[in-house]
Design a protein around this ligand. Structure first.
Ligand code: NI
Length: 169
Protein backbone atom coordinates (compact mmCIF):
# COMPACT_ATOMS: atom_id res chain seq x y z
CA UNK A 1 0.00 0.00 0.00
CA UNK A 2 1.41 3.33 -1.01
CA UNK A 3 0.38 6.80 -2.02
CA UNK A 4 1.72 7.44 -5.51
CA UNK A 5 2.63 10.81 -7.04
CA UNK A 6 -0.12 12.17 -9.32
CA UNK A 7 1.05 13.51 -12.69
CA UNK A 8 -0.02 17.07 -13.43
CA UNK A 9 -0.90 18.77 -16.70
CA UNK A 10 1.00 19.40 -18.99
CA UNK A 11 3.07 16.25 -18.20
CA UNK A 12 3.33 14.34 -21.53
CA UNK A 13 2.85 11.00 -19.73
CA UNK A 14 -0.83 11.97 -19.27
CA UNK A 15 -1.16 11.64 -23.06
CA UNK A 16 -0.30 7.92 -23.20
CA UNK A 17 -3.09 5.55 -24.25
CA UNK A 18 -3.51 2.78 -21.65
CA UNK A 19 -3.41 -0.94 -22.51
CA UNK A 20 -6.23 -3.35 -21.60
CA UNK A 21 -5.63 -5.60 -18.58
CA UNK A 22 -5.42 -9.29 -19.51
CA UNK A 23 -3.69 -10.99 -16.55
CA UNK A 24 -5.70 -10.71 -13.33
CA UNK A 25 -3.39 -13.03 -11.39
CA UNK A 26 -0.54 -10.56 -11.71
CA UNK A 27 0.45 -9.56 -8.15
CA UNK A 28 1.72 -6.22 -9.40
CA UNK A 29 -1.74 -5.42 -10.80
CA UNK A 30 -3.45 -6.01 -7.44
CA UNK A 31 -0.82 -3.93 -5.61
CA UNK A 32 -1.21 -1.10 -8.12
CA UNK A 33 -5.01 -1.10 -7.64
CA UNK A 34 -4.53 -0.84 -3.85
CA UNK A 35 -2.02 1.98 -4.38
CA UNK A 36 -4.48 3.80 -6.66
CA UNK A 37 -7.15 3.61 -3.95
CA UNK A 38 -4.69 4.87 -1.32
CA UNK A 39 -3.73 7.73 -3.61
CA UNK A 40 -7.34 8.68 -4.38
CA UNK A 41 -8.24 8.75 -0.67
CA UNK A 42 -5.08 10.65 0.24
CA UNK A 43 -5.83 13.28 -2.43
CA UNK A 44 -9.52 13.37 -1.45
CA UNK A 45 -10.60 12.71 -5.02
CA UNK A 46 -13.78 10.88 -6.08
CA UNK A 47 -12.02 9.18 -8.98
CA UNK A 48 -8.58 8.32 -10.30
CA UNK A 49 -7.36 6.73 -13.53
CA UNK A 50 -4.19 4.60 -13.67
CA UNK A 51 -2.71 6.98 -16.26
CA UNK A 52 -2.58 9.70 -13.59
CA UNK A 53 -0.13 7.65 -11.51
CA UNK A 54 1.96 6.76 -14.58
CA UNK A 55 0.59 3.20 -14.81
CA UNK A 56 -0.66 2.66 -18.33
CA UNK A 57 -3.33 0.00 -17.97
CA UNK A 58 -7.09 0.50 -18.32
CA UNK A 59 -8.03 0.84 -14.64
CA UNK A 60 -10.21 3.45 -12.90
CA UNK A 61 -11.09 3.70 -9.21
CA UNK A 62 -13.91 5.74 -7.67
CA UNK A 63 -15.65 6.27 -4.35
CA UNK A 64 -18.72 8.47 -3.95
CA UNK A 65 -19.59 7.44 -0.41
CA UNK A 66 -19.69 9.91 2.46
CA UNK A 67 -17.54 7.63 4.65
CA UNK A 68 -15.03 6.96 1.85
CA UNK A 69 -15.36 3.22 2.34
CA UNK A 70 -17.17 2.08 -0.82
CA UNK A 71 -14.47 1.79 -3.47
CA UNK A 72 -15.43 0.76 -6.99
CA UNK A 73 -12.74 -0.62 -9.29
CA UNK A 74 -13.37 -0.59 -13.04
CA UNK A 75 -11.01 -2.59 -15.22
CA UNK A 76 -11.20 -2.18 -19.03
CA UNK A 77 -14.24 0.10 -18.65
CA UNK A 78 -16.45 1.20 -21.55
CA UNK A 79 -19.67 3.15 -21.56
CA UNK A 80 -22.85 3.55 -23.61
CA UNK A 81 -24.76 6.81 -23.49
CA UNK A 82 -28.28 6.34 -22.04
CA UNK A 83 -29.23 10.03 -22.13
CA UNK A 84 -27.18 12.56 -24.09
CA UNK A 85 -28.74 15.62 -22.48
CA UNK A 86 -25.98 17.77 -20.99
CA UNK A 87 -24.94 16.86 -17.46
CA UNK A 88 -25.12 19.80 -15.06
CA UNK A 89 -22.17 18.85 -12.83
CA UNK A 90 -18.92 20.79 -12.71
CA UNK A 91 -15.75 18.77 -12.80
CA UNK A 92 -12.26 18.97 -11.41
CA UNK A 93 -9.20 16.77 -11.86
CA UNK A 94 -6.31 15.82 -9.56
CA UNK A 95 -4.03 16.33 -12.57
CA UNK A 96 -5.39 19.87 -13.12
CA UNK A 97 -5.48 20.99 -9.47
CA UNK A 98 -7.47 24.06 -8.50
CA UNK A 99 -9.57 24.36 -11.67
CA UNK A 100 -13.26 23.49 -11.91
CA UNK A 101 -15.07 23.63 -15.22
CA UNK A 102 -18.46 22.79 -16.64
CA UNK A 103 -17.94 20.93 -19.90
CA UNK A 104 -20.26 18.81 -21.98
CA UNK A 105 -20.81 15.28 -20.64
CA UNK A 106 -23.81 13.02 -21.22
CA UNK A 107 -26.36 13.03 -18.39
CA UNK A 108 -26.63 9.23 -18.09
CA UNK A 109 -24.28 6.45 -19.12
CA UNK A 110 -24.13 2.69 -18.66
CA UNK A 111 -20.65 1.48 -17.69
CA UNK A 112 -19.49 -2.01 -18.61
CA UNK A 113 -16.31 -3.14 -16.91
CA UNK A 114 -14.53 -5.99 -15.13
CA UNK A 115 -13.92 -5.96 -11.39
CA UNK A 116 -10.39 -6.33 -9.99
CA UNK A 117 -10.61 -10.12 -10.34
CA UNK A 118 -11.85 -10.06 -13.93
CA UNK A 119 -15.59 -10.55 -13.28
CA UNK A 120 -17.82 -8.48 -15.60
CA UNK A 121 -20.38 -6.02 -14.21
CA UNK A 122 -22.57 -3.18 -15.45
CA UNK A 123 -23.66 0.00 -13.74
CA UNK A 124 -26.12 2.71 -14.78
CA UNK A 125 -24.84 6.11 -13.68
CA UNK A 126 -26.06 9.70 -13.65
CA UNK A 127 -25.14 13.08 -12.15
CA UNK A 128 -21.58 13.34 -10.79
CA UNK A 129 -20.85 9.65 -11.23
CA UNK A 130 -21.72 9.77 -14.95
CA UNK A 131 -19.39 12.77 -15.36
CA UNK A 132 -16.66 10.92 -13.48
CA UNK A 133 -17.02 7.81 -15.67
CA UNK A 134 -16.61 9.85 -18.86
CA UNK A 135 -13.77 11.93 -17.36
CA UNK A 136 -11.76 8.92 -16.11
CA UNK A 137 -12.18 6.89 -19.31
CA UNK A 138 -10.88 9.94 -21.19
CA UNK A 139 -7.72 9.74 -19.04
CA UNK A 140 -7.16 6.15 -20.22
CA UNK A 141 -7.23 7.48 -23.78
CA UNK A 142 -4.74 10.26 -22.99
CA UNK A 143 -7.44 12.92 -22.96
CA UNK A 144 -7.84 15.65 -20.33
CA UNK A 145 -10.70 17.97 -19.35
CA UNK A 146 -8.65 20.96 -20.54
CA UNK A 147 -8.94 19.58 -24.09
CA UNK A 148 -12.62 20.61 -24.06
CA UNK A 149 -11.83 24.24 -23.19
CA UNK A 150 -10.90 27.07 -25.55
CA UNK A 151 -7.17 27.32 -26.43
CA UNK A 152 -7.04 30.62 -24.53
CA UNK A 153 -8.42 29.09 -21.33
CA UNK A 154 -6.28 25.97 -21.71
CA UNK A 155 -3.11 28.04 -22.08
CA UNK A 156 -3.97 30.14 -19.07
CA UNK A 157 -4.35 26.97 -16.96
CA UNK A 158 -1.12 25.53 -18.37
CA UNK A 159 0.88 28.66 -17.52
CA UNK A 160 -0.50 28.80 -13.97
CA UNK A 161 0.21 25.13 -13.31
CA UNK A 162 3.71 25.29 -14.78
CA UNK A 163 4.50 28.25 -12.53
CA UNK A 164 3.29 26.32 -9.46
CA UNK A 165 5.26 23.23 -10.52
CA UNK A 166 8.45 25.26 -10.96
CA UNK A 167 8.03 26.75 -7.49
CA UNK A 168 7.78 23.26 -5.96
CA UNK A 169 10.75 21.84 -7.89
NI1 NI B 1 -8.96 13.68 -13.91
Amino acid sequence: MAVLPVLEYPDPRLRKVAEPVTDFDDADLQTKIDDMLDTMYDEQGVGLAATQVDYHYRIVVMDFSEERNEPIVFVNPEFDVLDDAPNECQEGCLSVPGFYEHIYRAAKVKVKALDRHGKPFELDTDELMAVCVQHEIDHLDGKLMVDYLSPLKRNRIKTKLQKAQKKRA
